[in-house]
Design a protein around this ligand. Structure first.
Ligand SMILES: Cc1cc2nc3c(=O)[nH]c(=O)nc-3n(C[C@H](O)[C@H](O)[C@H](O)COP(=O)(O)OP(=O)(O)OC[C@H]3O[C@@H](n4cnc5c(N)ncnc54)[C@H](O)[C@@H]3O)c2cc1C
Length: 637
């Protein structure tokens, strides 16, 4: 397989405009002849469905939830980046582009990132026009705050509910199209497989989660917007229903999976507090605008935080990174927090936490100001921990949060299967080895509102399609395969629950393929996952039937995929013998314990191709060529 990223020629700032002109168009009257399936209704899928339908395509939109607006995007708290430069503090499209490439530790494709920075400004205009209640300053201009890895304030926000407000905007646009009859909405459907006919994605097979019916849906193109796979770790900040299933099954049908080992561990989450926990809670990065991170200077110091005076505290991020301070990128902040805890300076009962302290900000700005900025986050923290963060510092620890890896896509966001497009967190496209805060919402909406409407059109206009209906043999086969997998899961009748397997897998992934990795641990993880997978297919218990609402069956299918996908992550981590961004192999670090890249040998995106059940997947390498940003050791000092 030859990966062709289809990057347009010309200077980077002109590539997208040039491409827009070169893409073929579908004339308005012909658009209604095309059906497009969009799987997922988060910010990427919701915006794509609405926009494609607005253009005139027949859209079929699918989601797992009972309502499109329950997609995980609703959880996004802190904000969305754009290069508007409203605060006049030196921002520009170029700076956002540069920060994103550098933040991703030089493992993203320059052309895509530049386009993202360009489009960022259109997103804000679009969302303001929709009525998104972004925070404003006293003069009425949209307010901005800072996120990690940037020295400017470019993050637009709606208190701590930015994702919710943006999703309501996309959902309103989608609802308008549903009521106009241009979008057929299929809620409570889980995509079980992709149907590929003559090399083209022509449909999907889904399970109706309420009555268990398997359904076939055909189209001329399929757009996957199914989110990230952080839940492979069991504990993560992702919504419970986030999964890898749709992407992984597309991988098995020929879509390459890129950089699966690139996982983001977010530094500011409520620490794990028990073995019965199934979810971790994010404390938004925006809090690091005002909160100061510290630990006691002396290892083992267990005094209450307020008894530890200034001279006895180690503000380790401010000390080590004076330029960026508490707002270093997530991978850097997380590793440093872990390092402090490994030295015995962690706080709280488990010693696996550091403080995020607002005392100085409250003294400086007043409690009322801090409450206005972060009130809902403080309330959430207090509800979970029983501690009042206005009085005592928050305790935070890194947790799995986002996955930079995803299905490989070219500049048109098309995968290695013709007609299968992938957007939002489900693709690998824009964030390299580490995503900067507030850039996921930007990417999802750029993909959905501004890129896919053009590139899908370009594909449809330039492609010949055979007549295909759901009676086609390929649909029958795909449905049979999906059905027999469900039947097999229900028939095992073993002794361990699905969650039990998931927890064990999560621990393996966290211990050996988490914040720090080494070759020995990765080799061990691979064997452990293989053993666990074998046991799963012998000993899992899935109660109930397939002809009914059955959440155990849903979860069993997803965990079965994670048990295969986890191994692919480990394989990818093993193959990448360097450290970069969120992929930290302990053998490759600088003297200051930063990730040490090997640009000579690993400056590529690794795209894995499925080659069969018992066969090793094959890696294809897309070289990353940096013509506009100089490759350098990242420094936030
Ligand atoms: C707690 C939290 C806070 C965050 N805060 C921010 C922030 O402030 N700023 C920022 O930029 N980013 C933030 N992020 C990241 C960001 O929210 C996500 O990356 C982004 O929302 C993903 O959007 P998406 O549209 O790609 O996918 P999602 O919103 O995850 O949507 C996935 C959709 O796919 C559907 N789906 C999945 N699998 C299937 C299947 N098999 N069949 C059918 N449907 C399926 C789901 O039902 C859903 O509709 C945050 C993440 C978390 C966890």
């Amino acid at each position: 397989m030859q990966l062709d990223a289809k990057i347009p020629g010309g200077p980077i700032a002109e590539k997208w405009d040039r491409h827009l002109f070169e893409l073929k168009l579908v004339n308005p009257a012909n658009k209604r002849k095309y059906d497009v399936i969009v799987v997922g209704t988060g910010l990427a899928g919701g915006s794509a469905s609405a926009t494609l339908a607005e253009l005139g395509y027949n859209v079929k939109s699918f989601c797992i939830h009972d309502s499109p607006r329950r997609a995980h995007s609703i959880a996004a708290q802190g904000g969305i980046n754009a290069a508007k430069n409203y605060p006049n503090d030196g921002d520009s499209i170029w700076r956002l582009f540069y920060d994103t490439v550098k933040g991703g530790d030089f493992r993203a494709r320059e052309a895509n990132v530049y386009r993202l920075a360009q489009i960022s400004n259109d997103i804000i205009d679009h969302c303001v026009a929709q009525g998104i209640p972004f925070a404003r300053d006293y003069g009425g201009l949209l307010a901005n705050r800072s996120f990690g890895g940037a020295q400017v304030s470019r993050t637009f926000y709606a208190r701590g509910q930015t994702g919710q407000q943006l999703l309501l905007g996309a959902y309103s646009a989608l609802s308008r199209q549903i009521s106009d009859g241009n979008v057929q909405m299929f809620a409570r459907r889980e995509m079980l497989d992709l149907v590929v006919i003559k090399g083209q994605a022509r449909g999907i097979v889904v399970r109706n989660l309420i009555n268990g019916q398997i359904e076939r849906h055909d189209a001329h193109a399929v757009v996957l917007c199914t989110g990230g796979y952080g839940n492979v770790f069991f504990l993560s900040t992702n919504a419970m229903a986030s999964n890898v299933t749709a992407a992984f099954r597309a991988y098995k049908k020929g879509a390459c999976f890129a950089n699966p080992c690139f996982t983001q561990i977010h530094p500011t989450c409520v620490p794990v507090h028990g073995t019965y926990q199934s979810k971790l809670t994010l404390m938004s990065e925006s809090l690091r605008n005002d909160g100061r991170v510290w630990v006691p200077k002396d290892p083992g110091d267990k005094r209450p935080s307020r008894q530890i005076v200034e001279a006895e505290r180690d503000y380790f991020l401010e000390e080590k990174y004076p330029s960026f301070g508490n707002l270093v990128p997530r991978d850097v902040a997380s590793r440093n927090a872990k390092e402090q805890c490994d030295m015995g300076k962690g706080v709280g009962e488990t010693g696996l936490a550091v403080y995020l302290d607002f005392a100085d900000a409250i003294k400086r700005d007043s409690k009322a100001v801090i409450e206005k900025k972060y009130g809902n986050l403080f309330q959430m923290y207090e509800k979970i921990t029983g501690e009042d963060p206005y009085e005592t510092p928050m305790r935070i620890y890194p947790a799995v949060h986002y996955t930079m890896g995803g299905l490989w896509v070219d500049y048109n966001l098309m995968s290695t299967i013709d007609g299968l497009f992938v957007m939002g967190e489900a693709n690998f496209s824009d964030h390299g080895a580490n995503r900067l805060g507030a850039s996921a919402l930007m990417q999802g909406l750029a993909d959905g509102y501004f890129i896919i409407p053009y590139t899908v059109g370009g594909y449809l206009a330039g492609t010949e399609f055979a007549d295909v209906t759901p009676d086609h043999e390929a649909f029958k086969e795909t449905e049979n395969d999906a059905q027999s997998r469900l039947t097999r899961l229900l028939a095992i009748n073993g002794k361990r629950t699905v969650d039990d397997f998931h927890k064990e897998l999560g621990l393996i992934m966290w211990d050996y393929c988490g914040m720090a990795r080494n070759n020995e641990g990765l080799e061990k993880a691979r064997k452990l996952i293989q053993q666990l997978r074998a046991e799963f297919w012998e000993n899992v218990t899935v109660p109930g039937t397939g002809q009914d609402f059955n959440q155990s069956l849903e979860r069993a299918g997803r965990v079965a995929d994670y048990l295969e996908f986890g191994e692919l992550m480990v394989l990818d981590a093993l193959a990448r013998q360097e450290s970069c961004g969120g992929h930290f192999n302990e053998a490759y670090q600088t003297k200051g314990h930063e990730a040490r890249r090997d640009d000579e040998n690993f400056c590529y995106a690794a795209a894995w191709e499925y080659t069969g059940k018992e066969a090793e997947p094959q890696v294809h390498k897309e070289p990353l060529i940096f013509e506009n940003v100089e490759l350098s050791q990242r420094s936030y000092k």
